[in-house]
Design a protein around this ligand. Structure first.
Ligand code: ADP
Ligand code: MG
Length: 255
């Protein structure tokens, strides 16, 4: 099977605690993600990107339509373990993702919870730390690291679980330009190594490397195409309040 993820008419509603009013965060999204591909998702705040992401690794379950990971329906309890092992997630704030006081213990946390034997964990942790260029910092305390370094540790923690696909939900949003470059270069390398990458981002230039760019608006997919196709639709993107000067510049560079 070429598609690792299949999303069919996904709908997701939150029910607000305070007044029990239902909020339709994802209205109707259909999407297929090919194994080994790099998909970028762009959209304004509140367009439903994070809700979509959480539906892909079964942190949330569809209120309508369906999501299949490796052919398994995410609503099927029986396959939850396999789905979570197939699709890892990296979030915006590295501080919320680090749990231990030593870098290498943090990276080992996921594989330990998977019940992997100690010598295999050792190997995975070392490989993951090398993959994010943080091996030399393995004995340090995460709180002493820069934002970009912390995010790379969070990425190593996911890589150590050896998922086929990683969803990055605005992984560079809280980083300075240097940290952003470091993290983007790691993401590109993971993709080169064969990991399927879904990158949610506000930064148009980060989407230029993707095979496919998806623009979301109000819980729906507005545009879905190659970076060149998408960035030539400057007007539509401008209407959404996304950054046009950069887009036009990027479209020119891509051509
Ligand atoms: P994005 O990631 O694109 O900023 P989200 O998926 O976080 O968008 O949110 C989509 C919509 O769902 C927004 O209107 C948001 O306010 C709403 N929403 C998100 N999380 C919750 C929640 N836990 N309870 C109620 N509404 C939510
Ligand atoms: Mg979000």
């Amino acid at each position: 099977m070429k598609e690792i993820i299949q999303i069919e008419n996904l709908k997701f509603c939150y029910v607000r605690e305070a007044d029990q009013i239902s909020v339709e965060a994802v209205k109707d999204v259909s999407l297929e993600v090919e194994k080994g591909s790099f998909v970028a998702i762009i959209g304004r705040n509140g367009s439903g990107k994070s809700t979509l992401a959480k539906n892909i690794n079964a942190l949330l379950l569809p209120t309508g339509g369906a999501v299949y990971v490796k052919g398994f329906d995410t609503r099927d309890d029986e396959h939850l373990w396999e789905i979570r092992q197939t699709v890892g997630m990296v979030f915006q704030n590295p501080d919320n993702q680090l749990v231990s006081s030593i870098v290498e213990d943090d990276v080992a946390f996921g594989p330990e919870n998977m019940g992997i034997p100690p010598e295999e964990i050792r190997r995975r942790v070392d490989n993951a730390l090398k993959a994010v260029n943080m091996y030399e910092h393995r004995k340090k305390a995460p709180h002493l690291l820069s934002g970009g370094q912390k995010q790379r540790i969070a990425i190593a923690g996911v890589v150590a679980m050896m998922p086929d696909c990683i969803i990055f939900d605005e992984p560079t949003a809280m980083l300075d330009p240097k940290g952003r470059d470091e993290v983007m270069s790691i993401i590109r390398n993971l993709h080169k190594d064969g990991i399927t990458v879904i990158l949610i981002t506000h930064f148009m230039e980060e989407a230029a490397d993707a095979d496919r760019v998806i623009i979301m608006d109000k819980g729906e997919i507005l545009l879905n195409g190659t970076p060149v196709e998408i960035f030539s639709e400057a007007e539509k993107i401008r209407d959404l309040g996304l950054d046009v000067p950069v887009v036009v510049d990027l479209a020119d560079r891509l051509r």
